[in-house]
Write a protein that binds this ligand. Structure first.
Ligand code: SF4
Length: 460
């Protein structure tokens, strides 16, 4: 999209006017104060190597280096004219940020100042940024954001486009970044207003456009990368709950390497289906649904319960003659969920299975990330995360999250008609959002209560 000839021609004229920071908007009166503010927003770690992608004449890097001598800068520009005016003593590379001539994981920060607006393909530009960033590196974008109007005139006159804020964030997430923060800014100086002869035309071009900055991080997926390097057949166990959703999005760069399995018990909440639908839209392909049959388990073994009186078990009923059948929650889940899932994963020859399992959820972890059982290795990418960290990650990045959690549920319920998992917090949610299902649930809970009370009386 960028018109290199126009850039080369305009540069000497801008420099002659004393304009060295070629940003459409300044957030302070002077270039120096503006860049100092941007540096504050970026806040790179001590000693960071910063790639200035589309660096102009390197004035941003020069001012930043002045403020933070510990930083090193690599200046990348497709314009030889601009590069020749960059400060001596900094590494200067003539090249395109669509194909950065740097090695994988070679810098700590990639910053784009009014450069992404010139990218014909923002996905490609951001994928390149991720490629050259080290784990835990940072992506900083200072550009224009469009909330109305269109880019027709801007493209025609400036060879640039202002992206919708959501589009830019989505592209960064697709490239494997995690969103950290974004800000709209009030410009103190509108540089291009001074350049345009017609104010009316300027207003037309910039209608609905606001300056903005975005900061993203590149997660350290080192242990995940090495696990993926060891295996060919990789599966992801996706329930639609909060933890597995967070783990799945964290592994976004690996989506094309995994089969994403989702077990549908046949009694799923529509809210869970909606999360699955959104994940499928983001992945651009359907998940692999495994059909469970909780109705059959209920028919054969009864209602699931957290307490099962002995008189209501299959053997107990032969003795007691009780009609009500009850089954423990773990056995019910094993029959309706885990067995069909496990069978399918094994039949598909999966050797690495990824789950959103977290330490916090287990007093005694049956397995740890990296353990191998029956020839299958498990990988838990968010093993050490807290519940709050999971929520913050999903919310901040705009990933789907089922509404159960807002109502205090600890887990996403697997089955609407489940009468077990009493500590899950489903009753209040059902009452408020699915009154008909709540009536059936209440009736079943009363049945279970009667059976438990009856057995309990014998204890006394
Ligand atoms: S969630 Fe409840 S009903 Fe569904 S499989 Fe597990 S115990 Fe059974």
């Amino acid at each position: 999209m960028m018109d290199l000839q126009a850039v080369n021609e305009a540069t000497p004229a801008l420099l002659a006017q004393g304009i060295r920071v070629m940003h459409a908007n300044l957030f302070a009166e002077t270039e120096e104060a503006h860049v100092a503010y941007l540096l504050e927003l970026m806040n790179p770690k001590h000693g960071a190597v910063v790639l200035d992608a589309g660096c102009g004449v390197g004035e941003v890097a020069r001012i930043m280096k002045d403020k933070r001598p510990d930083l090193s800068f690599v200046l990348l520009n497709i314009s030889r004219v601009q590069l020749d005016d960059c400060p001596e003593g900094m590494e200067r590379i003539e090249g395109d940020f669509m194909a950065v001539p740097l090695a994988v994981e070679s810098v700590d920060v990639v910053m784009f100042h009014y450069a992404i607006c010139h990218a014909g393909d923002i996905d490609k530009a951001l994928r390149e940024a991720r490629r050259v960033l080290r784990p835990d590196g940072e992506l900083f974008i200072n550009d224009m954001s469009r909330d109305g109007g269109d880019n027709d005139l801007m493209v025609k006159l400036l060879g640039a486009a202002a992206h919708q804020p959501g589009d830019l964030v989505d592209a960064a997430l697709r490239a494997g970044f995690v969103f950290e923060e974004g800000h709209f800014h009030t410009p103190v100086v509108q540089r291009l207003r001074e350049v345009f002869d017609s104010q009316e035309l300027y207003d037309q071009v910039f209608q609905g456009v606001e300056p903005a900055t975005w900061r993203f991080s590149r997660p350290d997926l080192g242990p995940i990368a090495s696990a993926f390097a060891r295996h060919e057949r990789i599966g992801f166990q996706f329930s639609g709950g909060r933890d597995s959703t967070a783990a799945l999005y964290l592994l976004r760069p690996y989506w094309d390497r995994m089969v994403v399995y989702h077990l549908d018990t046949g009694d799923q909440f529509p809210e869970t289906r909606e999360v699955v639908r959104r994940v499928e839209a983001d992945m651009g392909r359907p998940v692999t649904v495994i059909e469970g049959d909780v109705a059959a388990v209920r028919r054969d073994f009864g209602l699931a319960s957290d307490l099962v009186p002995v008189d209501n078990t299959p053997v107990g009923r032969m003795v007691s003659g009780r009609e009500v059948k009850l089954i423990g929650r773990y056995e019910c889940c094993a029959r309706a969920l885990m067995s069909p899932l496990q069978q399918r994963i094994q039949a598909d020859g999966i050797t690495l299975i990824v789950r959103g399992q977290r330490d916090e959820e287990y007093s005694n972890q049956p397995m740890r990330s990296g353990d191998v059982q029956d020839g299958m290795e498990v990988l838990y990418p968010i093993q050490s995360w807290t519940g709050d960290e999971v929520s913050a990650y999903l919310t901040k990045n705009g990933h789907p999250i089922a509404p159960f959690y807002e109502r205090g549920a600890r887990r996403a319920p697997e089955c609407m008609g489940c009468t077990a998992w009493w500590d899950e917090g489903r009753a209040v949610y059902l009452r408020d959002h699915h009154p008909e299902a709540f009536e059936r649930y209440s009736a079943n809970m009363k049945t279970i209560r009667i059976e438990i009370d009856r057995q309990y009386a014998t204890l006394d």
